[in-house]
Design a binder for this molecule. Structure first.
Ligand code: GDP
Ligand code: MN
Length: 329
């Protein structure tokens, strides 16, 4: 893109003033990661790559959130990985607990019976609910316009020679993704029914030029396509909107975060499909990325800046939902 070339040309010198000029034009943005103390090594690996591939030139800050206080070991352990500002926040109260209307007994029975991945985990459900409806309200994110979600143990295979936050802002993009797999339907048996009820109740919230057909060809059934939210670059006003608030509250009341195992990825994706135009959503198909156990290596990775991946690898994501994205108009 044009933006890329402009930025690349200003990188031709290692002159610090040029770097400063770019920093001054930074967007109000940060990396945000919910992590546990035991994730220290994994998140150090991630930060290392984010720094090497992108952030050493930009110094966007990092925000770490946890439902338990971070240990000093964790704090020091991440701080030494970057010269950017790092802050640590606690997640508490309603952001990490059962709403009063949830039947904990029923939730426990669900967990006992569940046969799918993380089915027996209570904390995983709190995590998905937090990532669906709370992360953007944490005070450490106040004043931020965009965020980039990072997770432990991920890899960034290629150099990123432009600022994706700026790219999003300049192109009026609201939501950015990199991989789109299929959801395990056992984790969300009634999610789509709840979505249909929501759309019935709040027709005024639906964007006339929505892209609901991406997630449901006939409107009756969810096809499972979802943007994998462990990589996500988004404008926070999307989540902070009245529409999204109504959507999250509606889903929360439906109970599926606890009685099933609704993931934040399908929730974010379906929200985007209802509330945004397709042109407000960006596929970062130039970003080589890996999250255990699935990855994406750009087809031209041998030609673009120093990627360390092979697009013929076994981990390469099944492209069905990516193809679908390109096919829908
Ligand atoms: P997966 O990506 O779906 O396999 O799940 P992860 O185990 O990677 O969890 C997603 C993100 O939430 C990661 O950044 C984890 O570190 C974080 N996470 C998961 N469970 C918890 C939890 O109980 N507490 C905290 N603080 N973070 C969690
Ligand atoms: Mn993960």
């Amino acid at each position: 893109s044009r933006l890329k070339i402009q930025e690349l040309s200003s990188w031709n010198s290692s002159d610090g003033t040029k770097i400063k000029k770019i920093n001054d034009k930074r967007v109000k943005a940060a990396f945000v990661s919910l992590t546990r103390n035991v994730d220290l090594v994994g998140i150090r690996k991630t930060i290392r790559q984010i720094e090497d591939r992108f952030n050493r030139n930009y110094n966007y800050p990092y925000i770490f959130l946890n439902d338990k206080p971070f240990t000093d070991e964790f704090k020091k352990g991440v701080q030494v990985m970057t010269k950017a500002n790092v802050t640590f926040g606690l997640v508490e109260g309603e952001a990490w607990s059962y709403p009063s209307y949830i039947d904990k007994q029923k939730a426990a029975e669900t967990r006992k019976k569940a046969k799918y991945r993380y089915g027996k985990s209570e904390s995983y459900r709190f995590m998905c609910r937090f990532q669906s409806g709370y992360f953007y309200r944490h005070p450490l994110l106040d004043g931020l316009e965009y965020y980039w979600r990072i997770e432990p143990d991920v890899e960034y295979f290629c150099d990123m020679d432009y600022d994706p936050f700026k790219y999003m802002k300049e192109n009026k993009l609201v939501y950015g993704w990199n991989m789109a797999p299929m959801e395990f339907m056992a984790t969300i048996p009634t999610l789509w029914d709840s979505v249909l009820k929501f759309m019935d109740k709040y027709p005024q919230h639906i964007e006339p030029e929505n892209f609901i057909k991406y997630v449901s060809g006939n409107g009756k059934k969810y096809n499972g396509c979802h943007f994998w939210s462990n990589f996500e670059i988004a404008e926070l006003s999307f989540y902070r909107s009245k529409k999204y608030e109504d959507f999250f509250n509606f889903l929360d009341r439906e109970g599926g975060f606890f009685y099933e195992r609704w993931g934040d990825a399908p929730v974010h994706t379906i929200a985007a499909a209802m509330f945004l135009k397709k042109e407000q959503v960006h596929y970062f198909g130039d970003v080589g990325y890996y999250h255990p156990k699935m990855g994406f290596c750009p087809a031209n990775s041998d030609k673009i800046g120093e990627c360390i991946c092979d697009h013929r690898s076994k981990f390469q994501i099944n492209k069905q939902c990516v193809r679908r994205w390109k096919l829908i108009s």
